[in-house]
Design a protein around this ligand. Structure first.
Ligand code: E4P
Length: 223
């Protein structure tokens, strides 16, 4: 499963890249609004830092405007995916952009019927928001299972990008379902490292190694 970071924060992206787990980045207007730099600065820096796909979100619900915005995003790099909301004007734009060779990520997807339409429009990826569904007492992961099962018999090329991830269990469950991509906040990536037994075990090994070093020192003094 590919790991994307759901952020527009350059330091977080650099850190995930250094760890060696960064396959791509997804941004959205809310994430851009959290940063000090201008959208242009962020898009240009992120797309040059990241080797894999970088999703940049369009901000219109008029087909022609979405297409124009999407085309203009391509100046940031060949790895840019145009993020388009799952609406009727949005999916019309996706068809036009994909037909012209521009990859689209259909975002704000909350149902299997919406995901089916995204695939028929030719989207490269579809982003179902599982955390926001969980938030309103609907089973977000069940939606991922349904979309994967629904796409399979038809051989759609659209990849399911599991979005709105809240915790590491979401990652594990998505992987067990065979989802090809998950995009997570930096906080979730950090949580994936954590295990109290690792911390306890590591502290013990370090302490015991200190006693080994003490013994070696005492022996060399005795000689
Ligand atoms: C996906 O591309 C979105 O940017 C993101 O996953 C939304 O997540 P949120 O529900 O945590 O805002």
């Amino acid at each position: 499963m590919k790991f994307f970071l759901d952020t527009a924060n350059i330091d977080q992206i650099k850190d995930a890249k250094d760890i060696g787990v960064l396959d791509g980045v997804t941004t959205n207007p809310t994430l851009i609004a959290m940063e000090r730099e201008s959208p242009e600065e962020l898009y240009s820096t992120i797309s040059s830092l990241v080797q894999g796909p970088v999703s940049i979100e369009t901000v219109s619900n008029v087909t022609d405007e979405i297409v124009k915005q999407g085309q203009s995003f391509m100046k940031y790099g060949k790895n840019v995916y145009v993020k388009v909301a799952n609406t009727k004007p949005g999916l019309k734009a996706v068809k036009i952009l994909e037909d012209s060779g521009i990859h689209c990520n259909v975002t704000l997807t909350f149902s299997s019927s919406q995901a089916f339409l995204a695939a028929k429009a030719g989207a490269t990826v579809v982003s179902p928001f599982i955390g926001r569904l969980d938030d309103i007492s609907q089973d977000g992961m069940a939606l991922i299972a349904e979309i994967l099962a629904m796409y399979k018999p038809y051989g759609y090329k659209t990849s399911v990008l599991v979005s709105s991830i809240r915790h590491p269990i979401h990652i594990v469950q998505a992987a067990k379902l065979g989802a090809p991509i998950a995009t997570m906040p930096y906080k979730v990536l950090e949580m994936m490292f954590k295990h109290p037994l690792t911390d306890i075990g590591f502290a013990r090994f370090m302490k015991d190694w200190d006693s080994v070093k003490d013994k070696i020192e005492q022996k060399s003094i005795a000689r």
